[in-house]
Ligand binder design. Structure first.
Ligand code: ZN
Ligand code: ZN
Length: 336
């Protein structure tokens, strides 16, 4: 295809273009591995790594093949250009708003709305509030915002909600601390506007709003205070148990060795807690490893009696976490 391309004019020009293309692919393959440009190129996978990838693929099967490929072979970060999704009611009491890379969940309770995450500050007017309007929900009813972890793509929209609607923001103590005392040499650019310090969310202390009880689980790794949340949802009046691992490491590159080890323990801990709670619904705040758009499409054309695409079953939910954990072992092994 490249040979017929109109921009390959003179031979000299085409050599340059090929050089540029090669440099581009080298850069992209480094970015895919989560390495910053300028880092040494990734070495080829060792046999030990290949064995672990094969193990992950076996666990994941066809149900989680995209997830296995994403975590073990082709991770990528969320991007401001991820296309918006159509705001959708996915359960009797749960709505999703956002884009294909990052979403928030809005849960209807008997005492108002609880929202998990808040998108980025610059997505409030373009995605968050238009989503509420499209769904016929009043953002002024958001009583609680549970933030998964203290990065601005999750809490950025929270100050607006606090200021205009009095929503209370809940974040773990460790991540409040990380946000309020950012480590030196962190992200470049102007600092994110922080929500004012409302509430601390802690494992073992359920967050209750009306008839909804959310169980927080501490899952440090991506950040010191990343949290997972377990809560009941209703699908055509049938109660299901949903979980969101709200501190997923998308690209392992920037995470320290110790961070990856902590993460591995956290996935194991979340696996235990979700098994105890009989979780059978899989939700993500960065649904990149398990694309959300196809689920929303299936939901749209769902006929009576057909399953809800977000309900994966208890055994499959556990497999989802096993793939996450095995691919983390892959990333640890790759550093040896
Ligand atoms: Zn993050
Ligand atoms: Zn994020």
């Amino acid at each position: 295809m490249m040979y017929n391309s109109p921009w390959l004019g003179s031979p000299g020009r085409s050599r340059n273009m090929i050089k540029i293309a090669l440099a581009y692919f080298a850069l992209m393959s480094m970015l895919v591995r989560g390495q910053p440009p300028g880092a040494p190129p990734a070495k080829p996978d060792s046999d030990a790594v290949k064995v672990l990838i094969a193990k992950a693929k076996k666990i994941g099967g066809t149900e989680w093949s995209e997830e296995t490929h994403f975590f073990c072979e082709a991770p990528r970060p969320n991007s401001p250009t991820d296309p918006p999704i159509e705001p959708t009611k996915i359960f009797d009491n749960v709505y999703v708003i956002g884009n294909q890379g990052t979403v928030v969940y809005v849960i209807q309770t008997s005492a108002g709305l609880l929202m998990i995450d808040a998108l980025a500050a610059n997505q409030v007017d373009t995605q968050l509030l238009p989503g509420f309007q499209k769904l016929g929900l009043d953002p002024a009813n958001v009583k609680i915002i549970l933030v998964g972890h203290g990065h601005a793509d999750h809490f950025g929209g929270a100050p607006h909600m606090q200021e205009h609607y009095g929503s209370k923001v809940y974040i773990s103590a460790a991540d409040w601390n990380m946000m309020e005392n950012p480590p030196p040499g962190g992200k470049k650019g102007p600092p994110a506007v922080l929500p004012k310090h409302d509430q601390v969310v802690t494992e073992g202390e359920p967050v209750v709003l009306g008839d909804l009880k959310v169980m927080p689980v501490a899952i440090p790794g991506h950040t010191p205070g990343s949290m997972g949340y377990i809560f009941p949802v209703k699908d055509n009046d049938k109660t299901r148990m949903a979980a969101i691992y709200a501190g997923t490491i998308l690209t392992p590159g920037p995470i320290s060795d110790a961070g990856l080890q902590t993460y591995l323990k956290s996935v194991a801990h979340f696996k235990e807690e979700t098994k105890k709670a009989k979780v059978d619904v899989e939700l993500q705040n960065h649904p990149l490893m398990d694309p959300i758009q196809s689920k929303l499409d299936r939901l749209k054309s769902r006929q009576p009696g057909q399953p809800n695409p977000f309900v994966v079953g208890q055994a499959n939910y556990q497999k989802f976490l096993e793939v996450m954990s095995t691919c983390t072992e892959v990333n640890i092994e790759r550093r040896k």
